[in-house]
Write a protein that binds this ligand. Structure first.
Ligand code: HEM
Length: 401
């Protein structure tokens, strides 16, 4: 490749996702070696996999492409940074530990428990609309898109109503990706401490929430060890970036897509039955979680090239979801796209645990927005998060009537 671009530098994404670069990669170098730069964690280079077919292969072969630490590395995980805590939360664990964690968590996180949240989430969505301070000058991300996803996670975790404003503030500073991509350790500790206390309370006195069910989950296997306090805190911490930030970006990015494609908005208004396929297209189009890293456990081959044991490999769901080999007219936002085999929620053993919830939140938000408002007008160009991990619109100024 003549033209290169630093994918390990958050600011590269501050102008939006570099689609043209990835199109070139898909066409010319489906397995690309990214040389280390001053921003690459550990000063290490890494592989870049960009075609749909190859990304899916990586996701479906966790024995070769690990989410955990691969010795002699002291860290691992699913971002380029070698995370020392890899293995403690399900997204950074391999089987059998992953199976154990997901099995225990799934006992609380049941389809029924998620479906039961719908009426409450709809009530909350209406309140969010009521509270938009000035629809003539609305900052859609902080005033609208951010709210329901945070509320949903707080409900799952049984965070008391009176603590939510303070906790959301800490989350914004400590766990949500900041505009500069900086995460504050001070706030992280506050959230961790809060999580520990809440878990202890619910251990002693279970409430009617999903977190309580998870704390007390046991499998039929008497040898199975219940979730440890450290694993529970890591689950608590994981849900905010994994569940709230992603869904916020989907809702924010969808609003922008509808304004750029008013025909699609009119189509949805005229035919609300298109909502399920619109939601899938929103997730494909926005792909809020743009890449994942894995570590090769052995020498292997992919996308026509060789990879050695221990090397870092990144695969880019955003690129897979725009692959011309898989999608007809991939750069068209088409709410009736069918089929739509996007990998926005991943695939394989780590497929998103929150799919049903994410779909429900996006659906409720757009049903409520369409019921309440007729016109949306962009007041300024959107600002993007300068972050290569959780990507999305950071600021979207609108006039809504
Ligand atoms: C539009 C919104 C969302 C998107 C695009 C999304 C995307 C993803 C992706 C791509 C993965 C795979 C990670 C990997 O392979 O390393 C994942 C995993 C996960 N997601 Fe989501 N997610 C969304 C919403 C949610 C919500 C609402 C929750 C929870 C309330 C959630 C919880 C999780 C968890 C716990 C995992 C780890 C699963 C495992 O490793 O077995 N996500 N998500």
């Amino acid at each position: 490749m003549n033209e290169t671009i630093d994918l390990s530098y958050g600011a590269t994404f501050g102008q939006g996702f570099p689609h043209e670069f990835f199109k070139k990669l898909r066409d010319e170098q489906p397995l690309y070696w990214h040389e280390p730069t001053q921003y690459s964690p550990g000063g290490e280079g890494f592989w870049v996999v960009s075609r749909y077919e190859d990304c899916v292969r990586v996701m479906r072969d966790p024995a070769t492409f690990s989410s955990d630490k691969v010795p002699p590395r002291k860290g691992g995980g699913t971002s380029l940074f070698d995370e020392p805590y890899a293995g403690l939360a399900m997204n950074t664990a391999d089987d059998p530990q992953h199976k154990r964690l997901r099995g225990l968590v799934s006992q609380g996180f049941t389809p029924r428990a998620i479906a039961d949240m719908e009426a409450d989430l709809r009530r909350r969505a209406k309140i969010i609309m009521d509270k938009i301070p000035n629809p003539d000058r609305c900052e859609f991300i902080s005033e609208v898109a951010r709210e329901l996803p945070l509320q949903a996670i707080c409900t799952i975790l049984g965070v008391p109503e009176e603590d939510r404003v303070q906790l959301s503030g800490w989350i914004d500073h400590g766990l949500m990706v900041q505009s500069e991509g900086v995460i504050s350790r001070e706030y992280l500790l506050l959230i961790q401490d809060y999580g520990k206390k809440l878990i202890e309370q619910k251990r002693q006195k279970p409430a009617n929430d999903i977190l309580s069910a998870i704390i007390h989950a046991r499998t039929e296997d008497p040898q199975e060890i219940p979730l440890t306090p450290l694993e529970l805190v890591n689950f608590f911490l994981l849900l905010f970036p994994a569940g709230a930030e992603t869904t916020r970006s989907a809702i924010g990015g969808a609003m922008l897509a509808f304004m750029e494609n008013p025909d699609q908005l009119a189509k949805l208004r005229a035919n609300p039955g298109l909502m399920p396929s619109a939601v899938e297209e929103i997730v494909r189009w926005t792909t809020p979680s743009i890449y994942k890293r894995r570590t090769a456990t052995c020498d292997t081959e992919i996308a026509g090239g060789k990879i050695r044991a221990g090397e870092k490999l990144s695969y880019w769901e955003m690129s897979a979801n725009r692959d011309e080999r898989m999608f007809h007219d991939p750069f068209k936002f088409d709410i009736s796209r069918d089929p739509n085999p996007h990998v926005g929620f991943g695939t394989g053993i780590h497929i998103c645990l929150g799919i049903a919830l994410a779909r429900m939140e996006i659906k409720i938000m757009f049903e409520e927005i369409l019921a309440r408002f007729k016109n949306f007008e962009l007041l300024a160009p959107p600002l993007w998060m300068p972050n290569n991990r959780l990507h999305g619109v950071r600021e979207l100024k609108l006039r809504i009537t």
